[in-house]
Design a protein around this ligand. Structure first.
Ligand code: EPU
Length: 434
């Protein structure tokens, strides 16, 4: 049994209108859930998006011994008792890349951790070398048995100074959390600067952590005692990738779309690029208003660590470029497997030439035709939804539950509310693609 979206395209009409509220950010919520291991008492997390990945992260902690309650929609309380497993349950952790961030707090608090090589989206090689390096620099011993890592820091983790040879979001978060309970000071150089990291650090600091430099390439953490959640509530920041995807959709197909509950300051790069392609965008404090113009101009994009253009918006943006007049270059600099979806887009009528695994050339404007599609990953999945919305005819997007539902809460009903003709169907199929 798998979930499928059936979408009737707008055939180029700018018919969408109304308002869509952005949910809490997946990539902030997942780290906040892992961070509960750093607390001696109960932590309250709010604005948690109801998506498969957050459910799975709670399931992982519960399986290890955490007490989790869900008093109301989007609000969870978590308590980590002294009797807590330091083994990340392989069957759960394997299914989600973000599970790896739990290794930092578990190792820092309990002196050991074991974990499998995590799964997640198939978007290219996703090595763990920086994690292993960091654990060793903090005084732990890392061994591997079959496909599981065993990390042990007898006598606890020691603060260390390290330079990340690649700017990595999850590595930065893992060692920022590990540093909170390590002895002495930890310095992470060439740290990632994504807003989700600042969101986590700000909460940890209100609960007793001593983290400075977040948002700059050098983060310094003074180690100390377990944190306390008493009197503090974590509120997940708005999902900038979801907001950016709605922005692209609005730029292609909306008479007027109000994207609310968002933080436009996190979207400066996509906003600038869309404006240079001719899109009219009005920015308010927590809202963006977008209208699709009659003509779009080609523009080049190059993904980059924050504050550059986010790799997680590259696929929706490529759909946008199929509608822009002229030749646009797409340069994916972070993950080499993140242009895999272009073949399916070409089957809809897009003119896309792959130059190499990191670069594609898009010629527009093409009229897209509805197709049966199989989403290769979460972000490309939503890009296919956007392509299907602007296409002519009907599209069927398969394996929604293992891709799109991992990261976007109730996306079908929210799209329906702004005028998209989208239905969810359950199908029994072994090979749904013709
Ligand atoms: N890298 C290494 N060694 C490591 C870890 C990473 O070389 O040990 C490299 C990667 O191969 C890649 C680069 O570092 O070339 C950056 O990867 P990063 O580690 O930053 O990616 P990530 O932390 O695994 C997070 C998000 C991704 C998002 C990227 C980039 C989470 C859970 N995931 O991944 O989000 O694309 O940062 O912004 O925060 C998504 O939400 O769909 C998603 C894939």
């Amino acid at each position: 049994m798998s979930n499928t979206f059936v979408i009737k395209g707008l055939e180029g009409e700018r018919a969408l209108h109304g308002s869509v509220a952005v949910t809490g950010a997946k990539n902030a919520a997942l780290k906040a859930i892992a961070a509960t291991v750093l607390f001696r008492d109960t932590v309250t997390l709010t604005n948690i998006p109801l998506i498969n990945d957050t459910e799975r992260m709670f399931e992982l902690l519960k399986d290890m011994g955490a007490e989790v309650s869900n008093p109301k929609k989007g609000t969870y309380t978590v308590f980590i008792p002294q009797k807590f497993s330091s083994d990340l349950t392989p069957s759960i952790a394997k299914r989600m890349r973000a599970s790896v961030v739990a290794t930092g707090p578990v190792l820092a608090r309990f002196g050991k951790v074991s974990f499998p090589h995590p799964g997640g989206c198939v978007i290219g090689a996703r090595p763990l070398d920086l994690f292993v390096d960091g654990f060793e620099k903090m005084g732990a011993i890392v061994t591997m048995k079959e496909d599981r890592y065993f990390v042990e820091a007898k006598g606890g983790l020691k603060g260390a100074e390290f330079f990340l040879k690649n700017k990595s979001v999850t590595v930065t978060e893992t060692f920022m959390m590990a540093g909170v309970l390590a002895k002495g000071t930890t310095v992470i150089k060439n740290a990632a600067m994504e807003p989700e990291i600042a969101d986590l650090a700000a909460f940890l600091n209100t609960c007793g952590a001593k983290i400075v430099g977040v948002g700059t390439p050098t983060i310094t953490i003074k180690g100390g005692k377990l944190l306390s959640g008493k009197g503090h509530t974590y509120k997940t920041m708005p999902d900038r990738i979801e907001a950016g995807s709605f922005l692209v959709l609005g730029a292609l197909a909306a008479r007027e779309l109000h994207i609310t509950n968002c933080n436009p300051a996190h979207l400066e790069s996509p906003i600038e690029i869309l404006r240079s392609a001719g899109v009219g965008i009005e920015v308010k404090k927590t809202e963006i208003i977008v209208r699709a113009p009659s003509r779009l101009m080609a523009v080049d994009i190059k993904t980059h660590e924050y504050p550059g253009f986010p790799t997680d918006l590259q696929a929706p943006m490529t759909v946008f470029l199929t509608q822009a007049e002229g030749e646009s270059k797409v340069f994916e600099t972070i993950f080499e497997g993140r242009l895999n979806y272009t073949e399916a887009l070409a089957s809809m009528g897009a003119q896309i030439t792959m130059m190499d695994p990191h670069r594609a050339l898009v010629r527009g404007k093409s009229s897209l035709r509805g197709r049966k599609l199989m989403s290769p990953d979460l972000r490309a999945g939503l890009a296919f939804v956007i392509a299907a919305i602007i296409a002519k005819g009907e599209s069927v997007i398969h394996n929604v539950d293992t891709t799109i539902d991992r990261g976007y809460e109730n996306i079908d009903s929210r799209l329906r509310a702004i005028g998209v003709d989208i239905k969810r169907a359950e199908i029994i199929s072994e090979n749904p693609i013709n």
